[in-house]
Design a protein around this ligand. Structure first.
Ligand SMILES: *Cc1c(COP(=O)(O)O)cnc(C)c1O
Length: 463
């Protein structure tokens, strides 16, 4: 190492001096000593490294201050929230990467009420003895779905795993080849079945599976007949799917339980809004199917959860499965789910109060009016480089539901005279409250279907 570099390194301040200065800055009143020391070490190392690589201006008169600022920067970064709200302007209503369903107001209020203090999570206040956490939503789930009994676990993947492990561990579960679905990277039906210890017995072909295919596969080894809702894709053309009703009759004939992994879990009939191709849970339960699994945060619009609906007999054995303890839900989820389910007692109110249902059922006339409102607000910013216009477009349901359903919408298109669309979109993602938008050619598109009116002022301020 040359003499010049050695000189430079000698200028690095001593740890004691740094800590003394930080104390004067009041840093110790904000962060614990251990964290301050760790950040100081890291900052010193960084500067030393850059000196060795000649990557720092020599004899900088503010070297000491520069190091102090780095330390504060590190501590600040460490204490900033990384999990943050964003504005979803993509028009994808159930965006798994953006947290799927936003919770309704009553769910949020109930979470705070229940979790700020002690609760009766597992306490029966009438009897003065231990109660079951599942009982808080059981009655509601049964009333809304028509199921005999219900249980809630961590998510729908867990629900499927638990049911398979309970009913078909070491035995065969018969599934159509057309229904061996993958729901986003981590969830593949065959992989979940393997983990549960159930042996996958594939029947039929990708496009056609008949009742006779199922019946031909039944043997001494069979534990379960399983149907999986093809949530996120459709097979079209020369197809044949065995209706659930026929599988239920087949199950009765051979004394085998029949399960339907529905996924989305639409609690009410949305056909009057043109969204009728997703089976409503009560209609599915009426077929007499033994057990159904759904997600809490897809079309139900609640918290992440897996809901198991079915006969008392099956639910009793599912509940006793030791895996259940590992997959159980916490009180925050139960509070949010309970409040969300209560909204469903009045379907028209549910459509208003549950955000994803309101977004999905919003008419084109309404999105157009709201897009106009947002466009005028952005124009009022009077940025001479920004041009704002309205465009016709489509929104997607997302979240593994109604894959072929596109809803007409009105988009607010932004164009900047000096900033290309890809850069503008990136800048918007880096706003204090990130705005996630679409790009089409040289335009950034905002779909108001997934942006609430209350978010308009914030969006405009950020722009
Ligand atoms: C979404 C989905 C799952 C997984 O549900 P999570 O709640 O995301 O775990 C399982 N099966 C089907 C059919 C689905 O649509």
């Amino acid at each position: 190492m040359d003499e010049k570099k050695k000189n430079l390194l000698r200028q690095l301040p001593k740890m004691d001096d740094i800590l003394l200065a930080l104390e004067k800055w009041g840093v110790f009143s904000l962060y614990g000593k251990g964290h301050v020391i760790a950040a100081s070490r890291a900052a010193l190392e960084e500067v030393r490294g850059r000196m060795i690589k000649d990557d720092i201006s020599p004899l900088s008169h503010s070297l000491f201050d520069d190091i102090l600022e780095r330390i504060e920067g590190k501590l600040c970064a460490l204490s900033r929230f990384r999990l943050r709200r964003v504005i979803n302007a993509t028009g994808v209503v159930l965006h798994t990467n953006l947290g799927r369903a936003p919770l309704c107001d009553s769910a949020l209020a109930h979470i705070i009420e229940v979790s700020r203090s002690y609760s009766n999570l597992e306490y029966d206040t009438d009897k003065g003895e231990r109660g079951l956490r599942y009982n808080h939503v059981r009655e509601l789930l049964c009333a809304l779905s028509g199921a005999e009994d219900a249980l809630v676990v961590n998510n729908n993947a867990a629900a499927v795993l638990l049911v398979l492990d309970t009913l078909a561990h070491g035995r065969e579960a018969i599934v159509s080849r057309g229904e061996l679905v993958e729901i986003g990277g981590e969830f593949r039906i065959p992989a979940v079945m393997e983990k549960s210890g159930a042996v996958l017995r594939e029947v039929g072909t990708t496009n056609r599976t008949r009742l006779a295919d199922y019946e031909g596969a039944i043997s001494e080894q069979t534990g379960l007949i399983m149907k999986v809702h093809t949530s996120n894709f459709r097979i079209v053309g020369f197809t044949e799917e065995t209706p659930l009703e026929s599988l239920v009759l087949l199950g009765k004939k051979y004394g085998l339980p029949v399960m339907d992994d529905l996924g989305s879990g639409c609690m009410i009939d949305l056909s009057s809004y043109g969204l009728g191709d997703e089976p409503a849970v009560p209609v599915v339960m009426k077929t007499g199917v033994d057990v159904v699994t759904i997600s809490g945060d897809k079309l139900l619009g609640g918290p992440q959860a897996g809901i198991i609906l079915g006969t008392k007999k099956i639910l009793a054995s599912v509940m006793k499965n030791p895996l259940n303890r590992a997959l159980r839900v916490d009180k925050l989820t139960l509070a949010a789910l309970e409040a969300t389910l209560i909204e469903y007692l009045h379907p028209e109110k549910a459509v208003q109060n549950i955000h994803i249902l309101r977004s999905l059922t919003e008419s084109l006339a309404r999105t157009r009016a709201r897009a106009r409102k947002l466009a005028s607000a952005i124009r009022r910013i009077k940025n001479p480089f920004l041009s704002v216009s309205l465009k016709h477009g489509v929104s997607a349901v997302g979240g593994g539901a109604l894959p072929t359903r596109e809803m007409e919408t009105t988009l607010v298109s932004l164009r900047h005279a000096q900033i290309p669309a890809t850069r503008l979109e990136k800048i918007m993602r880096q706003f204090p409250v990130p705005v996630i938008a679409r790009i089409d050619g040289d335009e950034v598109l905002l779909d108001v279907r997934t942006v609430r009116d209350e978010e308009f002022p914030l969006l405009c301020r950020e722009i």
